[in-house]
Design a protein around this ligand. Structure first.
Ligand code: AMP
Length: 248
């Protein structure tokens, strides 16, 4: 399963990505997380990205495309991935198309989380409060001022991807304003028909797990049902016989 999660900052892409990786056994590839790690490690990419990210602008396409090209080639991404925060421009989307085509891979779907702009600031404020409460470091770009820049970057550069993927017949839109579980339900509802029947890595993996567990579970249930009876009968009979023989 290879997916893209599309949506403005604060739409819940990260939360939904976590649920998708748990369900499908795929990896989450978040360019934001990778860039933050690069900034923290002070790598050349990190040094290039730091100030851009602090302003809420987009890091140059070549930087993020190179990161993704490298990442999707890694072993753990072979089973599939959910891209969170990439692509963010039409040029990144075209680069992704080329990258996948070169490797003989295809995207399964692009899921758009539709959220009203009015709610995004509240969500970011909530995220900041929760991270602070957990004692985690708050993202420097999670503040009202930078959020404005991130939102305008989204509208100008990323929102056109909705039409780009709709034109390819790949777009699945979901209402991101409802409860988290309801969003997950709607996302999974779109993806369920895409899981290949009797083939494809995702389906095979799920089947293998189930079929591996089922016979063992059934056998132990059978043992539980029949074993005590047998043991009692045989055990009692044997004991009676043994007692009679001992007395005699
Ligand atoms: P995110 O965690 O996805 O909100 O990303 C945080 C910041 O990282 C963004 O505001 C951008 O500055 C940068 N960034 C993440 N992904 C991309 C991308 N695909 N293209 C350009 N910049 C990105």
């Amino acid at each position: 399963m290879r997916l893209i999660l599309l949506g403005p900052p604060g739409a819940g892409k990260g939360t939904q990505a976590q649920r998708l990786i748990a369900k499908y056994g795929i990896v989450q590839l978040s360019t934001g997380d990778m860039l933050r790690a690069a900034v923290a490690a002070g790598t050349p990419v990190g040094l290039r990205a730091k100030s851009v990210m602090e302003r809420g602008e987009l890091v140059p396409d070549d930087v993020v495309v190179a990161i993704i090209a490298d990442r999707i080639g890694q072993r753990d991404a072979k089973r599939g991935f959910v891209l969170d925060g990439f692509p963010r421009t039409v040029s990144q989307a075209e680069a992704l198309d080329r990258l996948l085509a070169e490797r003989g891979l295809e995207l399964d779907a692009v899921v758009e989380l539709k959220v009203d702009e009015s709610i995004l600031l509240q969500r970011i404020e909530k995220r900041v409060a929760e991270m602070s409460a957990r004692g985690e470091k708050v993202r420097p770009d999670d503040n009202p001022e930078v959020l404005k820049g991130r939102l305008s970057a989204y509208k100008a550069q990323t929102a056109p991807l909705v039409d780009y993927y709709a034109g390819k017949g790949m777009l699945k839109s979901v209402n991101g304003m409802v409860a988290i579980d309801a969003v997950t339900g709607a996302v999974m509802g779109h993806l369920a028909p895409l899981v290949p029947r009797g083939g494809g890595s995702v389906r095979r993996k799920v089947k293998t797990r189930k079929t591996a567990k089922r016979p063992a579970a059934k056998a132990s249930a059978r043992r539980k049902r029949s074993a005590p009876k047998k043991r009692n009968k045989v055990g009692k009979a044997k004991n009676r016989t043994r007692r009679r023989l001992t007395r005699a």
